[in-house]
Design a protein around this ligand. Structure first.
Ligand code: URA
Length: 247
């Protein structure tokens, strides 16, 4: 089946769709021996020979893993400072898995890792409004009024956050456990939201992408996801079918 070149490259795990467009513009892709720099170009991976920097594309299996990231691990593929990185926990996989979104160094919990650039981009694209659930232990006891401000949207670094769902799960001696559901991913968003109402986040964990929950997965462990797991992430119809999955 013919598809746009950037889509084929993303499916082969070469780069995100946008990153693939840049590779095309840079003249690093050929189809049947001819360099292609035009973004609308279509090819059929089953019939055409497509190369990236001279090497033919291979369509490796897509792997989707849900990792329970521990605090102290950096969400990156390499760290110049030599700190532990999330890929250290996924050494069982020969595929190069990259994180879908990021968690701060000091945040733990659900982190999806995959070699499927197309699915990764869809999860991160604002249009699909994938909900992310966090549990935050925060200092003190935020009032209903303060939490209402977070629910309606609050200004952070000059930009208003989208409406959020907020629920107090537990109160301790001097701190509260608050569940926060958002579908944005601004840098340190949950921490900054609570900072804006003067309740510092003491501990932060992501517990779900959509309805895909971390559950009882132990810290530092992962599980391989099935198609049914992946479907739980989305509340809207996605524009492609998930296939070629190793699970
Ligand atoms: N919000 C934060 O503040 N930190 C994260 O790691 C994720 C969301």
């Amino acid at each position: 089946m013919e598809e746009r070149l950037q889509k084929i490259l993303a499916k082969a795990g070469i780069a995100s769709r946008r990153g693939s467009e840049q590779l095309i513009r840079d003249g690093r892709i050929t189809v049947n021996g001819r360099p292609i720099t035009e973004l609308g170009f279509k090819a059929d991976p089953a019939k055409d020979t497509i190369t990236f920097d001279g090497k033919p594309l291979t369509f490796e299996h897509k792997v989707y893993v849900l990792l329970n990231k521990p605090a102290g691990y950096v969400t990156t593929l390499a760290d110049p400072q030599g700190r532990p990185i999330v890929s250290d926990l996924l050494q069982d996989f020969p595929e190069r898995l990259f994180p879908v979104g990021r968690l701060d160094l000091d945040t733990e919990g659900a982190l999806l890792m995959t070699n499927d650039g197309e699915l990764g981009n869809t999860i991160l694209h604002p249009r699909y409004e994938v909900k992310k659930t966090y549990e935050a232990w925060v200092a003190g006891f935020p009032s209903a009024k303060e939490l209402g401000r977070l629910e309606r949207g609050i200004e952070i670094d000059g930009v208003r956050t989208r409406p959020a769902q907020i629920r107090v799960l537990k109160r301790d001696k001097n701190q509260s456990l608050v569940e926060v559901i958002i579908h944005e991913g601004k840098k340190r968003q949950v921490r900054k939201m609570f900072q804006a109402i003067d309740h510092r986040v003491i501990h932060l964990k992501r517990t779900a992408y959509g309805k895909l929950r971390l559950g009882s997965l132990a810290r530092g462990k992962y599980r391989i996801l099935t198609i049914n797991d992946l479907k739980k992430i989305f509340s809207q119809k996605i524009p492609f079918t998930i296939k070629n999955i190793l699970a």
